[in-house]
Design a protein around this ligand. Structure first.
Ligand code: GDP
Length: 195
């Protein structure tokens, strides 16, 4: 199977307990503005697919999309809104951590890192947390088109080093140009056992 992932919005859940049953699930996390919505739209080849995740009231929820029966993708709330008060942030953190630790069908957590600016402190914290809890995860660098081709190799090494990974561990994508999108779809299909 190749081509767009037929992502269909199912529901938004305030906690892991309210998510629908799933056989295999991939979660997408990243700080706000990393390009998560654009990438989900690119994976599904739909313009406003992940728009739903950005509607008021849904930005702090686990937004569930189904690829096929029992194979799901969760768009997790973006972390790192500077304007969010500490109390609200703590609630989000609890929800995301609860989800990442307790969700049984979770096969892979895709951590989005902005390819142009590299991993932020929050990204590094998230990666350290996933490692320390042995949650399977994979780093995807977004906005590849923003890196000049003359700087690409060096940038790939820098981003990988910042994530404490090898350059070959990271898939680079551009939602705008479509670069790497099909490669990422293939990974997602494998993680969801649809490959
Ligand atoms: P989210 O907050 O993580 O969902 O991020 P968005 O998908 O809304 O993207 C944040 C900003 O980055 C928007 O202005 C997008 O147009 C831009 N953006 C997202 N993906 C890409 C990309 O692949 N290339 C470029 N050049 N800009 C992108």
């Amino acid at each position: 199977m190749s081509g767009p992932l037929p992502l269909r919005f199912v529901l938004s859940a305030p906690s892991v307990g309210q998510l629908p049953p799933s056989r295999a699930e991939v979660a997408v996390v990243g700080r706000s503005n990393v390009g998560k919505s654009s990438l989900l739209n690119a994976l599904g080849n739909r313009k406003a697919l992940a728009h739903v995740s950005k509607t008021p009231g849904r930005t702090q929820l686990l937004n569930c999309f189904e690829v096929t029966d029992g194979a799901t993708v969760i768009d997790c709330p973006g972390y790192g809104f500077a304007s969010v008060p500490g109390r609200v942030r703590a609630t989000w953190q609890q929800m995301i951590e609860g989800y990442l630790l307790e969700r049984e069908p979770l096969e892979m957590v895709v951590v989005l890192v902005d390819g142009e600016i590299g991993p932020t402190k929050l990204d590094v914290t998230m990666l350290g947390w996933l490692r320390s809890h042995t949650v399977a995860h994979s780093v995807v660098a977004t906005k590849a088109d923003k890196v000049k081709s003359s700087q690409r190799e060096r940038r790939k090494r820098e981003v990988a080093a910042g994530c404490d990974l090898l350059p070959s561990d990271i898939v680079w994508v551009s939602a705008t140009k479509g670069t790497g999108v099909e490669a990422l779809r293939r990974h997602v299909r494998l993680w969801l056992h649809l490959g």
